[in-house]
Design a protein around this ligand. Structure first.
Ligand SMILES: [Zn+2]
Length: 72
């Protein structure tokens, strides 16, 4: 499978940051510097909670956060 991006919530400061699923180096939180992901040789191991999968680079798009709920 192609590598996806994941939106990970920092366990320390709740910052939400998009991290490459196969990160080859440790990824640190841009706000507080906590480690969000560490490389394992395959899929990275995430330290924070993965709250969303981002299949492509669409950092400024938030269209999927307002999903229409089917009524009735
Ligand atoms: Zn943080």
């Amino acid at each position: 499978m192609a590598g996806n991006f994941y939106k990970v919530q920092c366990p320390d400061c709740d910052n939400e940051q998009v991290v490459f699923g196969k990160a080859a180096t440790e990824v640190a939180c841009a706000v507080c510097g906590a480690t969000l992901a560490r490389p394992t040789g395959g899929d990275a191991e995430f330290e924070g909670e993965v709250i969303e999968t981002v299949e492509r680079r669409s950092a400024s798009s938030r269209t999927e956060s307002d999903e229409t709920v089917e009524a009735q």
